[in-house]
Design a protein around this ligand. Structure first.
Ligand code: AMP
Length: 186
């Protein structure tokens, strides 16, 4: 089961990804988490990514594609994976398609979690009070929503011709939303 989880910042992708990954016994690959790990480790990739992340901007496509090309070839990805936060641009989606073709793999679905933007900004401001994430400040939160609208939302159009997109209402309790996601996948 190879899945993509799409949705604006703050919609709860990380939380839902954890539940869905457990249900299917697949790995959860959050590019945000992987990049934050690289920043913490002060790796070459982390050093390159940090300033983009702190500004709420996207890290360049070629860095993401190189990182995911390596990651998707690890043996733990074979039974399946849930991509959380990737692809985030049309070039990344095209790059992912090429990677999948090379690996002889297909996506089972692109789950699109939806929610009202004002609600999300409120949630992220609250998260910022405890998360310690340098990009959870009101200004950067607004910028990340804008980046999502401009660069990531067009992916819905990109995938529309493939019949892969499953839209799921992202407002509700964690459990309700998990059940909605599992329902569209079965
Ligand atoms: P996230 O945890 O998914 O909200 O990601 C946090 C930050 O990491 C984003 O604001 C970007 O700076 C960076 N990032 C994560 N995934 C990607 C991606 N697929 N492409 C570019 N930048 C990314």
């Amino acid at each position: 089961m190879k899945l993509v989880l799409l949705g604006p910042p703050g919609v709860g992708k990380g939380t839902q990804a954890t539940n869905v990954k457990e249900h299917f016994g697949i790995v959860h690959l959050s590019t945000g988490d992987i990049l934050r790990g690289e920043v913490k480790a002060n790796s070459e990739l982390g050093q390159k990514a940090k300033s983009f992340m702190d500004a709420g901007k996207l890290v360049p496509d070629e860095l993401l594609l190189k990182m995911m090309e390596i990651r998707l070839q690890q043996p733990d990805c074979e039974p399946g994976y849930l991509l959380d936060g990737f692809p985030r641009t049309i070039p990344q989606a095209e790059g992912l398609d090429n990677l999948l073709t090379g690996l002889g793999q297909n996506l089972a679905a692109v789950v699109s979690l939806t929610a009202d933007e004002d609600e999300l900004v409120k949630r992220l401001v609250l998260r910022g009070e405890t998360s310690g994430r340098s990009d959870d400040t009101p200004k950067v939160i607004r910028d990340r929503q804008e980046v999502y609208r401009q660069q990531t939302e067009p992916l819905l159009e990109y995938y529309a011709s493939t019949d892969l997109v499953k839209e799921v209402d992202g407002i509700g309790t964690i459990e309700e939303i998990t059940q909605r996601i599992l329902a569209v996948l079965n």
